[in-house]
Design a protein around this ligand. Sequence first.
Ligand SMILES: NC(=O)c1ccc[n+]([C@@H]2O[C@H](COP(=O)([O-])OP(=O)(O)OC[C@H]3O[C@@H](n4cnc5c(N)ncnc54)[C@H](OP(=O)(O)O)[C@@H]3O)[C@@H](O)[C@H]2O)c1
Length: 285
Amino acid sequence: MDDNSKKSVLSRRTVLSAAAIAPAVVAAAAAGAGTAQAQQFKTADKVAIVTGSSRGIGAATAKRLAADGFKVVVNCWVNHDLATAVVQDIEKAGGQAVWEQADIREPTAVRRLFDVAEREFGGVDVAVANAGVMSLAPFRDMTDEDFDTMVDTNVKGSFNTLREAARRLRDGGRIIATSSSIVQLRSPTYGPYAASKGSMEIYASILAKELAGRKISVNAIAPGLVATSLFLDGKTDEQVAGFAQRTPHGRIGEPEDIAAMVAFLCSPDGWWVNGQTLYANGGVI
Ligand SMILES: NC(=O)c1ccc[n+]([C@@H]2O[C@H](COP(=O)([O-])OP(=O)(O)OC[C@H]3O[C@@H](n4cnc5c(N)ncnc54)[C@H](OP(=O)(O)O)[C@@H]3O)[C@@H](O)[C@H]2O)c1
């Protein structure tokens, strides 16, 4: 038996002897204690805040979470009419939602979002830090203004949201920060945007550890190319078709593809994914 095999047998013996000392632990494990714990997170009567949910991925996420039983706080920056329409769609489908304008770059505005959730629905169980902006240019052409807007919104605004979530989420909840597959793809012109999105992945993995003991799972989700104005604006149909060919599934993503992944992470079964980044991009290369 080599050294590694000996260590493995020893560690298994250690576990078995610990189990003999604590039969309740064995019984709980046999009954699937972890799963039972996850099942405590039922979506009925749970409340979700989705930043940047007046359109695009955030709007699809708000609608999906509402369809799954969450009461939802929809958030916009300037497009009040679109936020209103998202709430109306949710209500028509039998769900509950309110909308609130809040510029996530302002800590006081983010606090107001959580205030609204607590006042209208009694608390917050899920926070999705989804709002984001993108400006593309080679390093030599990137303007200070565009750089600052991305950092203020993506890095600081998401931090504001995650900090408030860390302070005010009820135990057993979920926190999700929206990254981007560009963090791995690293295409030219995406430098500052990719750097700002990379912070989501770092935030999620560190916050997951900080919230130890509260049964809150914190993850980042990294969409690929998704058909929203953030991705489509300024691109020709031919360019979009070219991007679709870079995806093994033969199309770019729809906002609902990403919403489904967020819904999984927010479901009872998603609980065990913690401190990770879920790359959801159809396999784009
Ligand atoms: N689309 C993609 O291909 C793709 C790929 C990877 C990652 N992502 C990420 O996914 C997230 C959503 O992107 P999307 O494509 O759905 O974008 P989008 O269609 O452009 O929507 C952006 C959303 O963010 C809101 N927003 C922007 N700045 C804000 C601020 N300062 N305060 C509050 N809300 C603000 C907008 O509100 P208003 O309507 O009021 O302006 C809107 O609801 C972003 O974090 C983005 O980086 C997108």
